[in-house]
Design a protein around this ligand. Structure first.
Ligand code: GTR
Length: 422
């Protein structure tokens, strides 16, 4: 009897302690004292003084994120085929050209289809393009009735009437508040969006579904999680965009909200073809500093989403002080390309202040590479964006991406690409 009771008692106490420790802290006063690694100090203690030094230091930081957090992407030996499957030259009441492109990522006889929905302004040739995943299917981003519904696995969702992991008509247009296509196109920008589950369905299945099927299945503690898979998918979409004559592939802005903001940041770090990188409310594992232990923590994210990061990242559960890097260094990996971080005041889970401080502490790298210093050390008031090569804003309201956010991103992109105001 004792033999059974003791282990049971141990497991129960352990589970209780563990869950207690994942109770989020929202009190600045209760945060631990923490020290952030300096992106401009090499692991051996030497200082980064020049661009050439930074190129070497960047590799050190990159590998830390790769092997300790997002996971390494195995060698890609497959091919991508692309087919335009629909065109509408008169979309959004005549202001946009729309097309859907089917990519087929394949390796041997495994094929993963990925559908890209693209809107381009009729009037502006060479328009900058926002590339951004959507959460529930391309058809949710628009009210246009002929945009395709994904065939891939989707999360069940009461609001979208999904109970069998299959998207259906009920979802059409349900996410349009997040996709102000008319406003974006009217300001001279294009949009390309893809359902993120086309690349990797967002559940813990042991990495057997999505694009993982196209790779060597052997895994170790450094192997990629889903966020790296989504980032990898953005690069494959970029491969296509580079070949599409209608697209200005030098002006592709990778943008993501929340978990997809984490993926956008890692895509920006892994692939320098993205001209600008935007993190909307990306929080823990995205733009927010982990060592602050505010809102979502490394332990809680790994506990809720064991498939997002590599197994090594789990070693830092409840031990953020041991992390050899922090998220300001993820932002620094974009330098000198512009990066934009945005928070929402009620989104405490994503730690707005931790997102802001990442911008502050990434700034030294941008300055070394010739940018102006990030223009704040204190959080700006609501709705008062700080623009520069590192941009930041915090708006009122909840975890979401709104027209206000998009307008700020377009303002920042207009400045960066020297576009005439529309
Ligand atoms: C939450 C998660 C966050 C964020 C968010 C989202 O549940 O804890 O890290 O990614 O989901 O993607 O909406």
């Amino acid at each position: 009897m004792k033999k059974i009771i003791l282990p049971l008692l141990f497991i129960t106490v352990h589970a209780l302690v563990f869950s207690q420790q994942f109770i989020p802290n929202y009190d600045e006063a209760k945060m631990p004292a923490y020290r952030l690694p300096d992106p401009l100090i090499f692991k051996d203690g030497n200082t980064v003084n020049s661009k050439a030094d930074w190129d070497k230091r960047r590799i050190e930081i990159y590998h830390q994120f790769e092997y300790e957090m997002f996971g390494a992407i195995p060698e890609w030996k497959g091919i991508t085929k692309s087919t335009v499957i629909s065109r509408n030259e008169n979309a959004l009441k005549g202001i946009a050209k729309r097309k859907e492109v089917r990519l087929e990522l394949s390796n041997g006889n495994k094929i993963i289809p990925v559908t890209i929905l693209i809107y381009l302004p009729v009037k502006s040739k060479g328009a900058p393009l926002f590339l951004s995943y959507n959460f529930d299917g391309n058809h949710t981003t628009t009210a246009e009735t002929d945009v395709l519904i994904p065939d891939s696995w989707v999360s069940n969702n009461k609001d979208f009437g999904i109970t069998d992991h299959k998207a259906n008509e009920n979802g059409r247009g349900k996410a349009i508040s997040r996709w102000p296509m008319k406003e974006i196109v009217s300001r001279g920008f294009g949009v390309a969006t893809v359902y993120y589950g086309d690349i990797d369905p967002d559940f813990d299945d042991g990495f057997k579904n999505g694009v993982h099927q196209l790779f060597d299945a052997r895994r170790d503690s450094t192997s990629w999680g889903s966020i790296a898979a989504w980032a990898w998918g953005l690069s494959r979409i970029m491969d296509y965009l580079e070949k599409d004559q209608d697209i200005n592939s030098k002006k592709v802005i990778v943008l993501g909200h929340s978990r997809l903001g984490k993926a956008a940041l890692w895509a920006g770090a892994t692939d320098k073809r993205f001209a600008m990188v935007i993190s909307n409310n990306s929080g823990c594992g995205g733009a927010a500093l982990s060592k602050r232990i505010f809102g979502e923590t490394v332990g809680s994210i790994n506990n809720s989403f064991p498939h997002w990061f590599c197994n090594n990242f789990k070693r830092y559960n409840l031990k953020e002080e041991l992390l050899p890097f922090d998220q300001h260094e993820l932002l620094a990996l974009m330098a000198p390309r512009p990066v934009y971080v945005a928070s929402a005041a009620d989104d405490k889970w994503a730690d707005p202040k931790g997102e802001f401080l990442s911008c502050v502490y990434a700034s030294s790298v941008y300055v070394l590479l010739g940018s102006k210093k990030f223009a704040a050390t204190k959080m700006p008031p609501l709705n008062s964006p700080i623009y520069g090569d590192i941009s930041y804003h915090i708006r009122p309201g909840k975890h979401d991406i709104t027209l206000y956010d998009w307008n700020c991103y377009m303002d920042a992109a207009e400045r960066y690409f020297n576009m005439a105001k529309k």
